[in-house]
Design a protein around this ligand. Structure first.
Ligand code: NI
Length: 167
């Protein structure tokens, strides 16, 4: 396994749109394992392939406190969404920034696992937020882009300053 470098906002590569996965071979399973290790090490609750500069429709999520509930979603599709809820979100590509975003409260998602087997999942709470957040990454969208232009400018300035200080 390996810990992969995570792209940092506003890296342009975070805006690439991910392609469908058609071949469920060992390289996909290895990438999923490496992404899980990267997510746990960060630590974070979700990671999209886009964030490790692999532009395919693959996300890993584990919202458990015990880090033993890894979920892999390949080619995820939102089948249904209900309600609206505001939640505070963060992102491994936008370190130290936490902002409120409104998303669907209940979702139904269909995806494939690392062996290509299709499954359908109903989700709510943190898991639903996380799935929607990670699916946005696959479309090249970072959560701060839901915020006002003014806030986005402030966030970019703050991140720039943080990076200067840690160099
Ligand atoms: Ni994120």
């Amino acid at each position: 396994m390996a810990i992969l470098p995570i792209l940092q906002y506003p890296d342009e590569r975070l805006h690439k749109v991910a392609k469908r996965v058609d071949q469920f071979d060992e390289s996909i399973r290895k990438l999923a394992r490496d992404m899980a290790e990267t997510m746990y090490a960060a630590p974070g609750v979700g990671l999209a392939a886009t964030q490790v500069d692999k532009h395919i429709r693959l996300i890993v999520i584990d919202v458990s406190e015990t880090h033993d509930d890894l979920r892999i979603f390949i080619n995820p599709e939102l089948l249904d969404s209900q309600g609206q809820k505001e939640n505070e979100e963060g992102c491994l590509s936008v370190p130290g920034i936490y902002e409120n975003v409104t998303r669907a409260e209940f979702i139904t998602v269909r995806a494939q696992d690392e062996n290509g087997k299709t499954f359908t999942l109903k989700a709510e709470g943190l898991l639903a937020v996380c799935i929607q957040h990670e699916m946005d990454h696959l479309q090249g969208r970072v959560f701060v882009e839901y915020l006002s232009q003014l806030k986005q400018t402030r966030i970019r300035a703050k991140l720039k300053k943080q990076r200067r200080e840690t160099l």
